[in-house]
Design a protein around this ligand. Structure first.
Ligand code: ADP
Length: 413
């Protein structure tokens, strides 16, 4: 079954075509057919597309909105340039899976999209004002372009964390704000934490209930998750994706009193404070340079840049703090798994986060860490009580597989 996976951001669209079915899932042989990103939608959009074993294709085009962007993808896939095996006409696309950022308490699993689901996603817009409206535009655009006979499935970033206990998801705020407005921790990056926990099981042969691990997703957005018996028990992102670890441009945890203080000192409005926390903080804010960890490591190692070093120190310190916290939440664990652009690729950052944790039973093997390429690898020493893994994430695959499952379950009814 060929599935189009869509991830609509506020001014961007990421897409993948994936061929999957029950046999392919069982054998881990789902086929990735093509993927691409369309950035700066609303102006002259920058488009980049990759098909396996071909050079990356770049172009720029004026695209007014998400519908134009999806229309471009559908035209491209039928063009002579694409020639994707198995796709000769749009009717070869059996279903569309959407990454939906916020499902609130309405959704604890992926679901086939109908009018009620759209309303449920709309109801979460005020909690994810940058993301959910864009996700909804994507759903509407697919309906307009492919018709309402092509099934669409919503896969939520929040769903994996839906079973967190109250003690982890409630803030110590007056309870009425939870009761009235559902102000609570939701957690994000759920498809990523879920994917790496599933992959961990495949690699180790552990059962679902024997999955007791900490997963650490370090990309532009960063989050940690404490997983016990296969389920998310706690996670570092909260009501929004701003909380928790230090990130590319997001602050992660800060004392909330700082906001009023800065309001008085700098005259910031709420939306300006929001901008500072989400776009001007994290690695960018500390270094005064960039959110790109590769550049920061380069500046630290080659130019001994003080601010780049500071940004890296804060980033790694915060990650270590969460490892300690989640070891306590889980009463120990079997493994720590790194993923995301930094977690998968950055040897220096993994080393800095994991060194000198021997007293907690964590021993990284520097050679294995240095040799770890772009595939799954174990980087702990044989006598480390807690195994350490690097597992590349694949959120699109989770979306494609869930889409397949929801569509086939609906057909079977
Ligand atoms: P997003 O969260 O937007 O999907 P990524 O997961 O790609 O982002 O993570 C982006 C971060 O990963 C950047 O800080 C970048 O420097 C880092 N990164 C990506 N690839 C590499 C690499 N090959 N080596 C080191 N760092 C990398």
């Amino acid at each position: 079954m060929i599935i189009l996976v869509l991830n609509c951001g506020s001014s961007s669209l990421k897409f993948q075509f994936i061929d999957t079915d029950a046999t392919k899932i069982a054998r881990n042989e789902d086929a990735f057919l093509a993927k691409g990103t369309l950035e700066r939608i609303g102006t002259q959009a920058l488009i980049s597309i990759k098909v396996p074993e071909r050079d990356r294709y770049h172009t720029a085009l004026p695209l007014r909105n998400h519908k134009d962007a999806i229309d471009f993808v559908l035209r491209w896939v039928l063009s002579d340039e694409a020639k994707i095996p198995g796709i000769a006409s749009l009717s070869d696309i059996s279903a569309v899976g959407h990454r939906i950022v916020h499902g609130g308490e309405n959704f604890s699993a992926s679901t086939l999209i109908n009018r009620d689901v759209v309303k449920g996603i709309q109801a979460c817009c005020e909690m994810a004002p940058l993301h959910n409206p864009a996700n909804l535009l994507g759903i509407q655009a697919v309906t307009d372009l492919l018709g309402d006979t092509v099934p669409q499935v919503a896969v939520f970033d929040t769903a994996f964390h839906a079973e967190m206990p109250e003690s982890a998801f409630l803030y110590a705020l007056p309870y009425q704000y939870y009761a009235r407005y559902k102000v609570r921790r939701y957690g994000f990056h759920g498809s990523s934490h879920r994917y790496v926990s599933e992959r961990y099981r495949q690699i180790t042969g552990k059962s679902f209930t024997d999955t007791n691990i900490i997963t650490i997703h370090l990309g532009n957005g960063c989050s940690a998750c404490a997983i016990k018996a296969g389920k998310s028990m706690d996670t570092s992102m909260g009501f929004t994706p701003t909380e928790g670890l230090a990130m590319g441009t997001r602050s992660g945890d800060v004392d909330p009193a700082i906001l009023e203080f800065l309001h008085h000192k700098e005259g910031f409005t709420f939306s300006e404070l929001n901008r500072v926390l989400n776009r001007e903080s994290g690695l960018t804010g500390l270094s005064g340079m960039t959110n790109d960890m590769r550049e920061l490591v380069y500046e630290m190692e080659h130019n001994h840049d003080r601010r780049a070093t500071l940004a890296i120190d804060v980033f790694c310190h915060r990650a270590r703090k969460y490892i300690g916290a989640y070891l306590a939440v889980l009463n120990g664990c079997d493994a720590i798994v790194f993923t995301g652009g930094i977690g998968e690729n950055n040897i220096t950052i993994r080393k800095r986060i994991l060194e000198n944790l021997e007293s907690l039973g964590i021993k990284m093997d520097p050679q294995k860490n240095g040799a770890c390429g772009s595939s799954d690898c174990e980087i702990s020493t044989p006598d480390s009580k807690i195994a350490l893994y690097v597992i590349p994430t694949n959120e699109e695959l989770v979306i494609a597989r869930d889409t397949f499952a929801c569509v086939t379950a609906a057909l079977a009814q």
